[in-house]
Design a protein around this ligand. Structure first.
Ligand code: HEC
Ligand code: HEC
Ligand code: HEC
Length: 433
């Protein structure tokens, strides 16, 4: 696998494929929209905090239990591991000695203050669109925080990926440093939403598939992709496979609170995005984001998942007891569900105690590969929204691969009416993430 990947990726990096995933033009043009929650008149640090949250800098620059922004989070790539940098204002190990221009160059061009190239695991490909004012507001906010002394770990990548200069070829093929250029034919709301979605909140970094050179495939924008073992679903306007049938109110609930009635809850990386970032969006900015999402052309995507929110199995169950007709081969899964899950989720998927435990209509329980179902059973879920905490324990240590496979197939049958295809080997594979 590796042997094939390297030459292929090298070709891609060398820019043989003339790939225009960025269709926007003219680097100098345009003034960025001013986001409602980050008015130009607010103190720079206050604006910067809002923008840094929208951009979710903290998610990648903090290890679990570690100091915020001190870096060290590992990014496992097919060719090795990369660690995020310390971006606190520490003079020795962080950004303390970086000038405004150094910082702008990192976010706009992906170049470090010593002139070395950064890897695009750092989404400068998105942040490039941000206005200089917004980038400097983010810097002002970061520099208002306490410095943390923590040396950034060197990447552990194989040749030729350990050569930072080689990223120059990648950039030549896949990246164009340019600021956001408002579309004159679209409303101010749409333009704010686009700036948020593409520049700051980088929805595409998770929801858009990547090409062979790991660059985003613009022609499949938001059609769904895999991220750290999770499936980020299709969020184009496609009514069956995307969010075309969701109302604005449902999208608003999901993005701001991590749950929408009839669509389930945000788990894994999406739960983090909601917890760290999207819950802080100003209402008007969230609505602008939704207006933009609505305009993304409908696509089926490579992994189409259709939601059945009212499968017969669920309708013939009550909150307290399952349907009598569960197929024989799913009985073991049913018993496991009874022991570990039913008290929170209930047999009809309504969820007890918290709306976050409602499974009805969730995309995860309708995907026959069971990818996100396996993930949440293995790793659990934890999402703090305001003062409320959605919590599901992890069962990775308590259950075997075989048990998790049986349980997943039962969940897919019971709550999505799907014939699950999960095997113990697939669960073992998911454990590696
Ligand atoms: C999706 C993950 C991710 C997000 C989100 C992210 N970063 Fe990073 N960032 C990284 C990684 C990984 C690196 C290390 C890249 C490398 O070593 O080439 C990095 C490197 C950097 C660097 C270079 C520092 C140095 O000394 O090497 C700066 C500056 C930076 N990030 C700032 C930010 C800011 C500001 C934000 C929010 C606006 C942000 N990052 C959001 C992953 C991320
Ligand atoms: C203590 C209560 C609790 C228990 C026990 C529990 N869950 Fe959960 N579960 C939740 C909550 C709360 C969420 C939403 C968490 C989140 O989004 O981060 C959730 C999310 C899920 C999801 C994802 C739903 C979606 O919207 O995508 C699935 C699937 C799931 N649980 C299955 C199970 C299974 C199978 C078991 C038993 C092995 C189980 N749960 C045990 C509370 C629980
Ligand atoms: C870090 C990766 C990541 C980022 C960034 C991200 N998402 Fe997600 N998103 C996911 C994953 C993974 C899921 C599936 C969660 C689950 O099954 O519980 C998801 C689920 C969703 C869903 C539910 C879709 C469905 O059919 O159930 C919507 C809507 C969504 N994301 C919108 C967005 C928007 C809009 C943005 C940008 C503002 C965004 N996401 C940013 C990873 C991400």
């Amino acid at each position: 696998m590796k042997r094939i990947l390297i030459p292929v990726a090298l070709c891609a990096i060398a820019g043989v494929a003339a790939y225009h995933y960025l269709t926007r033009s003219d680097p100098s043009a345009g003034t960025a929209p001013v986001l409602h929650g980050a008015p130009a008149t607010a103190a720079q640090v206050v604006r910067g905090e809002y923008l840094a949250r929208a951009a979710d800098c903290v998610a990648c620059h903090t290890t679990p239990g570690g100091k915020p922004f001190a870096g060290g989070l590992a990014f496992k790539l097919p060719f090795g591991t990369l660690y995020s940098s310390n971006i606190t204002p520490d003079g020795k190990t962080g950004l303390g000695n970086w000038s405004d221009d150094d910082f702008v160059r990192a976010l706009h061009d992906g170049i470090r203050h010593d002139g070395q190239r950064l890897y695009p695991a750092f989404p400068y490909t998105s942040y490039s669109l941000l206005s200089r004012d917004d980038v400097l507001a983010i810097k002002a906010y970061l520099f208002s925080l306490p410095p943390v002394e923590q040396t950034t770990r060197e990447p552990d990548l194989s040749f030729p990926f350990n050569q930072r200069w080689a990223m120059g070829f990648w950039n030549a093929a896949f990246f164009k440093s340019e600021r956001f250029k408002p579309e004159p034919n679209r409303s101010a709301e749409w333009n704010s939403g686009a700036y948020l979605a593409i520049g700051l909140a980088h929805c595409a970094e998770c929801h858009t598939p990547r090409n062979i050179g790991f660059a985003l495939e613009h022609r499949n924008e938001l059609a769904g992709a895999e991220v750290n073992g999770w499936r980020a679903p299709n969020i184009t306007a496609d009514p069956a496979h995307g969010i075309g049938r969701w109302t604005d109110a449902e999208l608003y609930q999901y993005l701001r609170f991590g749950h929408a009635a009839g669509h389930g809850s945000a788990g894994g990386p999406m739960a983090e995005a909601v917890e760290n970032s999207l819950q802080y969006l100003d209402r008007q900015d969230a609505l602008a984001l939704i207006a933009y999402l609505r305009s993304v052309p409908a696509r089926q995507g490579e992994h189409p998942v259709e939601v059945n929110a009212r499968p017969a199995s669920m309708q013939s169950s009550s909150a307290y007891s399952p349907s009598a007709n569960t197929p024989e081969d799913l009985r073991v899964g049913l018993q496991l569900f009874e022991g570990s899950c039913a008290s929170c989720h209930q047999w009809n998927g309504n969820g007890a105690q918290t709306r976050y435990a409602a499974l009805t209509g969730a995309r995860s329980v309708n995907d026959p590969t069971g990818q996100n179902v396996m993930q949440i059973i293995l790793h659990g879920g934890k999402m703090r929204i305001g003062t409320e905490e959605a919590f599901m324990p992890s069962f990775g240590a308590a259950l075997t691969d075989g048990e998790i496979a049986q349980l997943s197939n039962y969940v897919l049958y019971q709550f999505g009416g799907k014939q699950g295809k999960v095997t113990a080997a697939m669960v073992a594979g998911q454990r590696k993430h």
